[in-house]
Design a protein around this ligand. Structure first.
Ligand code: GRG
Length: 296
């Protein structure tokens, strides 16, 4: 049997997703052209597409046709891109480079960058509200996604704490909240939402939720580490910013080696949640391992 190569898998699924995401977008020159151009600019810049790839891989592991989760997967990428555009704004992280290119507000100005981000968020929910023939599962996946981006334990809550604790003392609990909410929650929802659409029920859903939760936290620890040790060219953004902005990060609290160990331990714990899937869990296993050793 051919050995699974995660890099090739990421490239192939990334190319496939580019075309699918495009098919769910208003064309770039739709009136008013400037907003659609700005939405396309950020959405089709170089990205790993890890969230939709996790959704596709979850469906695959559960033996569900990709078509069932494709709209959800594409919506995930739009919401993620929305969060990146807003995160880069001068009023938030003030980043000039994203996905290897000038950030949205550097090209279009702040007003349009805010609107382009909002445009992607609304487009995601427009896709998610399209009839799919199974309203109960659709609603359950939608609910999972809304929780993941909300203010309690989702992207919004995590971002609020990330901004609030900048330059201030923070605890391990603060850090776990920020990372699991700001980044982990959407990664967890990539897996859990896809599993819901694929018809998974307890205890399968619980196992996959734990996998997603651990992978999500490991993903942000790896991101913290790459800010210290990574290459700006490979990352497509400036590095070394967390220390300057006095951000709450794992390396700041535990140092590089201990943070690396934490990320690896989380990934292996995530992988152990997949044992029952046997060989069907191979792709999700390799994606989790890629997350802790990634260089971009
Ligand atoms: C979604 C309603 C709503 C609000 C968003 C601005 C904001 C609130 C949150 C910011 C969250 C954020 C930017 C977290 C960082 C997550 C992270 C590690 C991003 C990098 O993800 P990658 O490496 O990037 O997957 P690519 O470019 O490969 O997609």
């Amino acid at each position: 049997m051919k050995k699974f190569d995660v890099q090739t898998y990421l490239e192939e699924k990334g190319d496939l997703l580019d075309g699918l995401i495009l098919s769910f977008m208003p064309p770039e020159h739709t009136h008013p052209g400037i907003i659609h151009e700005a939405m396309h600019y950020s959405l089709f810049s170089r990205s790993k597409r890890i969230r939709p790839i996790l959704a596709l891989a979850t469906a695959e592991a559960l033996g569900c046709p990709a078509e069932t989760v494709i709209p959800y997967a594409c919506a995930l990428e739009m919401i993620h891109t929305h969060s990146l555009i807003h995160d880069d704004l001068p009023s938030m992280d003030n980043d000039d480079i994203r996905r290897g290119k000038p950030s949205s507000h550097k090209i279009y100005g702040e007003g349009l960058a805010i609107l382009a981000g909002n445009g992607l968020l609304v487009q995601a929910f427009e896709i998610l509200s399209r009839e799919n023939g199974n309203p109960a599962k659709q609603l359950a996946a939608l609910h999972c996604l809304c929780r993941a981006i909300g203010t309690e334990h989702g992207l919004l809550g995590g971002q609020v704490m990330d901004l609030s604790l900048q330059g201030k003392p923070f605890t391990e609990d603060d850090l776990a909240y920020i990372h699991s909410s700001k980044t982990g929650a959407l990664i967890e929802a990539s897996v859990v939402g896809a599993a819901i659409l694929a018809g998974a029920e307890r205890p399968v859903l619980d196992n996959l939720r734990e996998y997603g939760r651990k992978v999500g936290l490991a993903f942000q620890i790896a991101d913290d580490l790459l800010d210290v040790t990574g290459s700006p060219e490979k990352m497509g953004k400036k590095t070394g910013k967390d220390e300057i902005s006095e951000k709450a990060t794992y390396p700041a609290l535990f140092g590089i080696d201990a943070s690396r160990e934490k990320a690896c331990a989380l990934v292996e714990a995530a992988v152990s949640e997949l044992e029952w899937l046997k060989e069907k869990g191979e792709v999700l296993t390799e994606l989790a391992r890629f997350i802790s050793i990634r260089k971009f």
